[in-house]
Design a protein around this ligand. Structure first.
Ligand SMILES: *Cc1c(COP(=O)(O)O)cnc(C)c1O
Length: 480
């Protein structure tokens, strides 16, 4: 037995079961205590796909043919065979995680997850079709659609708030091709959409209908594991560049929302990679950085909509995994989570806080600082970054230590063109496609292929429903 719930050590699962289930039956997250005995040095000389095969094979040992799954997920799907190129910018490094099919960092995990889910389904003898239901405020929906498109044994329905996503994000989703995909607008905001999906999950569907519901949410261990790979890749690239020798530490600065990205870095560290500090960067929503500074997690605070919307989050689900990894006491973790749910706040023990502060550093960045950073880095270094990356860059500059700093870049600047263009001093047009073309004209930075051809693509999905119709919409599609 490899995995267990963070809240109960008797709830164990094989890695294939954990991937199929997502959440443990008690609401905990699946974790493993066995990260330590990994041949990390032998991994550094491999290609990106070789690293993925070896690291995923270690973290998810029950999957029979990981090499085949990795190939199906990544080969020919990213802009470069390296998957996640490392780019020197000034005296820091940018790790570009957005070179996948939808120009979002979510592609790294959501290219792999469908392969893992179908393999787990086969190995566990499940004959039901797996139907993925996702509520999205933007990037996750498109990355999930692209990942699950035409994957045998699966189907996917993505709900998005009508008027709540950008024009580019909407076009990315409604132009999605594939025989097993469905996209639907919901009249309401993101919370309405998310609540609708949660209700469908809690109500469940007819057990005998041949369909099993699942989610592509980032609490699935199958989404976390693929993200460990790029930490190894970045380290190996720094060695190739002659910037470090084997064993020397490297700091990683991560624009953080749900804590999945940065937690993958902690996994890499536990697996032996010489990770120095993991720096958690927040925008104006600074619940995580406050937590790291004080040991008190308090979600009872205003929620700000920022120009780095993928980090606008008040409850970071993956933090629960870190708490368990640091204390290894299920009752303690379950207690913190109960307090969070009932009171909206919890405080970790002194011991746990000092454990946290030994491995993590933190910093936040205001809206003005984010824009100023985009402008400054463009002017001084000729490198164009998006709003999320800029938050991390700013924090990296403020937390610099001896070790080289790698800033994780989670989106193409063309995914947030209006904010980026105004950071460069121009007033953006109301038409987002025009803004994209203008940004390209001004900077000469190429528009990713998928976005450059997007405006001309036909709209294939035109459903728009009320929020109370969501369950019926799913049921209609289940009973084919
Ligand atoms: C999802 C996302 C993040 C946050 O990543 P977490 O794993 O949730 O911390 C940051 N930036 C972008 C662009 C994202 O899409």
């Amino acid at each position: 037995m490899e995995y267990q719930s963070t809240r109960n050590k008797n709830l164990t699962a094989r890695s294939t079961e954990a991937v199929l289930q997502g959440l443990a039956p008690d609401g905990g997250l699946y974790v493993t205590a066995r990260l330590e005995d990994f041949d990390w040095q032998g991994t550094l000389s491999l290609s990106a796909l070789g690293m993925a095969k070896k690291i995923l094979g270690f973290l998810l040992p029950d999957f029979r043919d990981m090499g085949k799954l990795v190939q199906a997920a990544y080969e020919g799907k990213f802009e470069t065979e390296e998957l996640t190129p490392l780019v020197p910018v000034g005296d820091q490094y940018v790790l570009e995680l957005f070179r996948g099919p939808t120009s979002a960092f979510k592609d790294v995990a959501l290219s792999m997850l469908p392969q893992l889910i179908t393999a787990a389904r086969e190995q566990e003898g499940v004959t039901d079709q797996i139907l993925i239901l996702t509520a999205t405020s933007g990037d996750t929906g498109k990355a999930a659609l692209a990942g699950f498109r035409d994957v045998p044994g699966t189907g996917i329905i993505v709900f998005y708030p009508a008027g709540g996503v950008s024009a580019v994000q909407k076009k990315q989703m409604v132009s999605q091709e594939g025989g097993n995909v469905c996209v639907c607008a919901v009249e309401g905001n993101f919370d309405d959409t998310q609540t609708g999906v949660k209700e469908i999950f809690s109500r469940g569907i007819d057990q005998n209908c041949g369909v099993r519901l699942s989610s592509a949410n980032s609490i699935n261990i199958g989404r976390l594991a693929p993200q460990v790979v790029y930490y190894f890749k970045a380290y190996s690239d720094l060695m190739k560049l002659g910037r470090i020798r084997l064993g020397e530490p490297v700091d990683f600065v991560v624009p953080t929302g749900n804590f999945g990205d940065i937690l993958a870095g902690y996994f890499a560290k536990k697996m032996g990679l010489p990770v120095g500090r993991l720096v958690c960067a927040s925008n104006q929503n600074d619940v995580l950085t406050d937590f790291l500074a004080t040991g008190t997690y308090d979600r009872r605070r205003p929620f700000y909509r920022t120009i780095s919307p993928s980090m606008d989050i008040l409850v970071s689900s993956n933090l629960e995994r870190l708490l368990w990894l640091l204390c290894r006491r299920e009752e303690e973790v379950a207690g913190y989570m109960r307090d969070l749910k009932e009171k909206g706040v919890y405080t970790v023990s002194k011991e746990l806080l000092s454990g946290l502060q030994a491995d993590f550093a933190w910093g936040c960045c205001s809206e003005e600082e984010t824009k100023a950073t985009i402008g400054k880095v463009w002017q001084e270094q000729g490198y164009l970054m998006d709003t999320h990356t800029a938050v991390a860059w700013k924090v990296a500059c403020e937390t610099r230590g001896e070790a080289p700093a790698v800033v994780l870049s989670t989106a193409s600047p063309y995914k947030f063109p209006a904010a980026v263009l105004s950071a460069l001093g121009e007033t953006p047009d109301a038409d987002e496609f025009r803004v994209m073309y203008r940004l390209n004209e001004l900077t000469g930075v190429p528009i990713p292929h998928g976005l450059a051809t997007l405006e001309r693509k036909p709209e294939l999905h035109r459903h728009c429903i009320g929020k109370e119709q969501m369950a019926d919409f799913v049921l209609e599609r289940v009973s084919f």
